[in-house]
Design a protein around this ligand. Structure first.
Ligand SMILES: [Zn+2]
Length: 210
């Protein structure tokens, strides 16, 4: 399996409060990795199980559904859907400053009462010597809105999940995957089969119950 560790990393969630989502685990011939909303299953024969712990909990024997109907999807098709989905602009702000006229940039002003003089912090610029003039908003880059809804072959997915599918396909160096639907719930659970015993399950609802 190409890029095994990078692929597993896409599916686990080390910060999740549930320990079962922290690392991949081996169970009944398969290696599973999940963050609670998306799950990767790899047939154990495909790779060395070095450094992967065996775990009987959670029981994943019924996690992946029996599927029917199949549709081939390409990485290009998924990428196009991602780019057409809702995006967020990531911005940074740049402020420009001008020299304070009151203190001429020194940050200090002199008060004078007759013969008595005293230096004080400039009340206009608060002693900085500069006045904030404008704030420029720079668009750094456009990023995916991970919660955007992507419609694909009659099912709806979060952009975040489609992005993980695309990344996985790139790491596996494949251009096509097979979409398969749960026989019982129809569009509720969808499997992306990458071949060679590697598959991903996306459920519309979270599967914390596993
Ligand atoms: Zn000033």
């Amino acid at each position: 399996m190409k890029n095994r560790d990078e692929i597993f990393k896409l599916y686990i969630d080390p910060d999740n409060f549930r320990e079962m989502f922290h690392t991949p685990f081996f169970q009944n011939g398969y290696i599973y990795a999940s963050n609670g909303s998306i799950a990767l299953r790899v047939c154990g024969n495909m790779l060395k199980k070095k450094n992967i712990l065996k775990s009987q909990k959670p029981d994943c024997s019924n996690l992946f559904p029996e599927t029917e109907k199949e549709k081939t999807v390409s990485v290009n098709q998924l990428n196009k859907l991602l780019w057409a989905a809702d995006m967020i602009e990531k911005t940074t702000k740049t402020a420009t400053y001008v020299k304070c006229k009151e203190c001429e940039g020194s940050g200090k002003v002199t008060w004078q009462y007759g013969d008595y003089t005293r230096d004080c912090e400039c009340p206009v610029c608060n002693g900085s010597g500069n006045i904030r003039k404008t704030e420029k908003v720079n668009i750094e880059k456009r990023i995916f809105n991970k919660d955007a809804i992507i419609k694909l072959e009659g099912s709806e997915f979060r952009a975040e999940h489609i992005q993980i599918i695309v990344k996985t396909m790139k790491l596996l160096e494949i251009t096509e995957a097979k979409m398969q639907w749960d026989k019982n719930t129809k569009s509720m659970k969808v499997v992306f089969d990458f071949g060679n015993g590697i598959a991903v399950l996306i459920a519309e609802t979270h599967f914390y119950q596993i």
